[in-house]
Design a protein around this ligand. Structure first.
Ligand code: TRP
Length: 453
């Protein structure tokens, strides 16, 4: 552990570098794979509005808080919480928040890597022409066959984990900065192409209508929880990922402004993905609520039938995998940073351990799509349980604690100094949100789900 002003893992070279890395972490499968399918499952427009509200009122204030805590602590999340709790004269048990995050990171990455593996496999599928001229039925059959094969999924999951850990072993600030620089604009561009394809279908407005026409009668307590959980998930909040990235952030950079940029970019990508996907869903008589396979059952139809689809298809899935990679890195970085700083491991060794544990956990997810699909705990498959436990419970709880810590435990003057907002009113607004609005919102959603209100 170092006590200097800089993190021992290196620092971002500029504000842009941090924005790119944080966007790289935020934009991933959550935006392109998860957002469309949970929107489909939860009835569309009203869910989208609840999600947007959660990003604005809960996500952004907590993201500012988490980055700020990270930059002040300059260490892995566990030690950062210990040090800052001490500095604020608070209970040292706050460091359990760091633990919660490290565990959540493992659990999320274990299934995240499986889905990223699906993406890898689809690169090959497009390449070999499996989708050329394909209709909805063919694409669905292909997906179902793939789901039925644990071995194929295992192979791709393994490839993805090895690559992820290889990148993390080299240190996060170097390779990542360079990769994300061209990756994000390219992904954005491809989404625009897909949106253009969606516009060319007759169901374009039907798709838009589904996505933006709010019918609040479709909203239940559970769907509000899902929307809120997703706001945390998509912004990479509540488990220390952004805290670690904040730890590598130079002092003079404005946290609030960068956060708003990152959250804005993240939201835009999710909405574009939705706009691209739902017209294809309706055009081909697919079900919006068909679950985690949604993008794998829709986008190949577009690639199979549009001009240049082979090329764009390959490019799209490659970029999706890269976007997943830049997110995965942030899921495991807190654990690796902790192993390196306090267990005296080399980065390489830490990566082997963390990677092996995650890989093993991933088997549970793979099997929940085939041989263990009937095995349910609390009426959920292992994959569904992991997703629920992390996105809907652990991240909001982590985020709640981060808000309380930043709002009520840390000394105000420290927060002020870290955020150095030029307009003092902005600081008051943030403080109000993080002290009252965000924690209360999380709390109320929880109360509602357990049936108290
Ligand atoms: N935000 C990423 C996505 O949308 C996933 C992710 C990366 C994440 N790091 C995280 C989620 C940390 C929660 C916590 O795909």
């Amino acid at each position: 552990m170092t006590d200097s002003n800089k993190s021992s893992h290196g620092e971002w070279s500029s504000r842009m570098a941090f924005i790119l890395a944080a966007t790289g972490s935020a934009v991933g499968l959550g935006n392109i794979w998860k957002f469309p399918y949970i929107t489909g499952e939860n009835g569309g427009g009203a869910f989208v509005i609840v999600y947007l509200m959660c990003v604005l009122l809960i996500g952004i204030p907590i993201m500012i808080a988490e980055t700020m805590i990270g930059r002040r602590g300059k260490r892995n999340p566990i030690d950062t919480m210990t040090v800052l709790a001490k500095e604020s004269g608070a209970d040292p048990n706050w460091h359990y928040l760091g633990w919660l995050g490290v565990i959540a990171g493992f659990l999320i990455l274990s299934y995240y890597s499986v889905i990223a593996g699906w993406g890898l496999s689809y690169v090959l599928n497009v390449f070999t022409g499996s989708f050329s001229g394909a209709d909805g039925e063919k694409v669905q059959t292909l997906f179902n066959d793939f789901m039925a094969s644990p071995l194929q999924q295992l192979f791709w999951h393994t490839v993805f984990m090895v690559v992820t850990m290889g990148v993390v072993a080299r240190g996060v600030t170097e390779g990542l900065e360079r990769a994300v620089q061209w990756l994000m604009p390219a992904l954005f561009f491809l989404l625009l192409i897909l949106v253009a394809y969606a516009m060319s279908t007759d169901s374009y407005f039907k798709g838009l209508n589904f996505l933006f026409n709010a019918d609040f009668s479709k909203i239940t307590g559970q769907s509000v929880l899902t929307a809120m959980g997703h706001a945390f998930f998509t912004l990479s909040l509540g488990m220390g990922a952004i805290m670690v990235y904040g730890a590598y952030l130079p002092k003079d950079i404005s946290i609030a402004r960068t956060t708003v940029i990152v959250a804005g970019a993240d939201t835009l990508v999710a909405l574009l993905a939705g706009i691209a996907i739902f017209p294809i869903v309706f055009e081909n008589n697919l079900q919006p609520g068909s679950g985690p396979g949604l993008i794998f059952q829709t986008l190949p139809i577009a690639f199979g039938n549009m001009t240049g689809g082979w090329f764009f298809g390959i490019l799209f899935f490659v970029l999706l995998v890269f976007a997943a990679l830049s997110s995965s890195i942030s899921l495991i970085e807190p654990a690796v940073a902790w192993l390196v700083e306090t267990r005296n491991m080399t980065r390489q060794r830490a990566c082997v351990w963390a990677g092996a544990v995650t890989w093993l956990l991933g088997l549970g997810t793979i099997f929940s799509f085939n041989i263990w699909s009937e095995f349910k705990i609390f009426d959920r498959t292992i994959f569904e349980l992991l997703d629920y436990l992390t996105a809907n419970l652990m991240l909001p709880i982590g985020g709640f604690c981060i808000a309380i810590f930043a709002g009520w435990v840390m000394k105000q003057e420290h927060c002020k100094k870290e955020l150095h907002l030029t307009n003092p009113q902005h600081f008051e607004v943030w403080r109000f949100l993080v002290c009252y609005v965000s924690p209360a919102a999380v709390f109320l959603v929880f109360l509602n789900v357990v049936g108290v209100i």
